[in-house]
Design a protein around this ligand. Structure first.
Ligand SMILES: CC(C)(COP(=O)(O)OP(=O)(O)OC[C@H]1O[C@@H](n2cnc3c(N)ncnc32)[C@H](O)[C@@H]1OP(=O)(O)O)[C@@H](O)C(=O)NCCC(=O)NCCS
Length: 181
């Protein structure tokens, strides 16, 4: 299915009647906290980056699902940096919220922090942005509600998400153009 990029909230045929009603960004907020155990670590006691990426994908998927009330798939994950190492026994927290939505896709912002439970020290591990696409019962992209940004922080995140979306789409188009040459 090819949907136009320029008309993000136009009605998709057969979509739910209340699909155009914006939902607050905060309603999608999701926090996951998990103590890092052996299964998450390498033999040096550091947590695998891939394990953190899996937890980011999971937390972000729940936020996207909360927003659109449909099943979702991960379409893209932006570059992700790991700022500090995470160790066995530390408490990893993944906070996710939908920043913005278009016709069928949503950008979710994720902040990962880790707490040394013994000292109470909290470190910023990573920030990530993911795109999810909602699917209908046949597995085709389905329309999602717009995001209502209620606070100055949410408005800033929504505007930044729009900039990132433009960049993603431009990069995708540029790569496809080269493939067609
Ligand atoms: C994501 C997927 C459904 C998109 O299908 P598609 O045929 O490209 O659909 P469309 O061209 O209609 O695009 C649908 C939306 O996805 C967005 N999209 C598609 N590819 C994208 C990408 N690489 N990056 C960001 N957004 C993307 C489009 O911008 C569009 O958003 P909009 O409707 O809000 O404007 C399809 O690529 C897919 O099934 N991918 C595999 C998903 C998966 O298995 N993930 C891992 C396991 S969950």
């Amino acid at each position: 299915m090819n949907l136009p990029f320029h008309d993000p909230h136009a009605q998709v045929e057969g979509g739910p009647a209340d699909i155009l009603v914006p939902r607050p960004a905060s309603a999608s907020a999701t926090t996951t906290a998990i103590v890092m155990e052996l299964e998450h670590a390498n033999y040096l006691g550091f947590i695998h980056g891939g394990e953190i990426m899996r937890l980011v994908d999971n937390g972000a998927a729940v936020a996207a699902h909360r927003h659109c009330k449909r099943r979702v798939v991960t379409a893209a994950m932006d570059d992700m940096s790991f700022l500090v190492p995470v160790h066995l026994g530390e408490l990893l927290t993944v906070k996710a919220m939908v920043n913005d939505a278009h016709r069928t896709s949503m950008e979710v912002g994720v902040r990962v922090e880790v707490e040394n439970i013994q000292t109470g020290e909290v470190r910023h591990v990573s920030t990530a942005y993911l795109v999810f696409v909602a699917l209908d019962e046949e597995g085709h992209p389905a329309q999602v509600p717009p995001v209502r940004a209620d606070t100055p922080e949410e408005v800033r995140r929504q505007r930044q998400a729009q900039v990132r979306r433009e960049q993603r789409l431009a990069r995708k188009r540029a790569v496809e153009d080269v493939a067609r040459e």
